[in-house]
Design a protein around this ligand. Structure first.
Ligand SMILES: [Zn+2]
Length: 319
């Protein structure tokens, strides 16, 4: 009897321990260490894809530059949990405090982690393009928060919208410690709120979602021509290390590969328009022309949408 009771008690306490461990897991995004991409520049390459329970909603590329004045972050993730993970990973590289954060555009998978950064470093400014702040304020911030909460089945529910408090425009330069941060914005590209951050001394550019690698994402707030033009302009910086919003950091080929994808889809839509094709011929045409990209994550979800979006853009450009 006593043995049975003991077994039962052990069983009970084990299962309550397991529950505690599960609850603890829910409070943390699993660790994704920073990878060094230049002398003082680091990137966490998040999983590809869209927010899910499996990836705990975390799927972007947070960046870090270690300056003499402290740590500068770019896009600290999709939730307060992701932001807390980014801060844990910063600590594995340096004890220096966070002194500034950049947000590359309005999509919440890139910046809802602001909450964790502001809680830990309330005096460190958070920078973004003015369009990012106005769009996030007028509803997109909460839409993204709720979208990610739903896609992670509530895992990110503690997340709140924390907006940037400093605005930057094209050509602005910030000197932080021994580094120069130069802002690039060439109008509507992936969205109307894109801000790319060039770290001049490092030869590094954080591209936001103007470039993705091995992954396709939504273009509904962007334009194909605008995105291509933006990439042409930012390539003129001559930077050596290019950090996409999603996917692996690489040389300039990561930019030209994505630009070629945009060109392929837009070119296909232009051909369909000029030949007066029926709308049901458009997608097969573009799928055929974009075959080189069919292994990219999100391809089957996005290719039809991209084709339709590019066609509408062609129509309005050619009319
Ligand atoms: Zn985006």
């Amino acid at each position: 009897m006593r043995a049975l009771l003991t077994t039962l008690l052990i069983g009970l306490s084990l299962s309550s321990l397991e529950v505690a461990a599960d609850t603890e897991k829910e409070k943390r995004v699993r660790d994704y260490p920073f990878e060094q991409v230049a002398e003082n520049s680091w990137v966490i390459h998040g999983p590809l894809g869209h927010p899910t329970v499996e990836n705990q909603g975390f799927m972007n590329n947070p960046g870090m530059v270690v300056t003499r004045a402290g740590v500068v972050l770019v896009d600290p993730g999709s939730s307060v949990l992701a932001g807390e993970m980014v801060l844990r990973m910063v600590k594995k590289v340096t004890d220096a405090p966070v002194v500034a954060t950049f947000n590359t555009h309005v999509h919440g998978d890139h910046w809802l982690g602001n909450q964790a950064i502001r809680a830990a470093y309330p005096d460190a400014p958070i920078y973004a393009h003015p369009n990012m702040v106005s769009e996030a304020e007028s509803g997109k911030g909460d839409q993204w928060r709720l979208l990610i909460e739903r896609q992670t089945e509530g895992l990110t529910r503690r997340t709140r919208v924390e907006l940037p408090d400093q605005l930057l425009n094209h050509g602005d330069e910030l000197r932080i410690g021994d580094h120069t941060f130069r802002i690039h914005h060439y109008g509507q590209a992936h969205t109307n709120s894109d801000m790319m951050v060039e770290v001049v001394e490092e030869g590094v550019v954080f591209l936001g979602d103007n470039v993705m690698s091995n992954r396709l994402g939504g273009m509904q707030e962007g334009t194909f021509l605008g995105n291509m033009q933006t990439l042409k302009r930012v390539l003129e910086s001559g930077a050596k290390v290019w950090v996409p919003g999603h996917g692996a950091t690489a040389g300039a080929e990561v930019v030209t590969t994505y630009r070629d994808y945009l060109k392929t889809v837009y070119g296909g839509a232009l051909l369909a328009f000029e030949e007066g094709m029926e709308s049901d011929q458009l997608k097969p045409l573009i799928v055929e022309r974009a075959a080189a990209y069919r292994d990219w994550v999100g391809y089957s979800l996005e290719i039809g949408r991209h084709a339709g979006h590019a066609y509408l853009e062609v129509e309005s450009n050619e009319f």
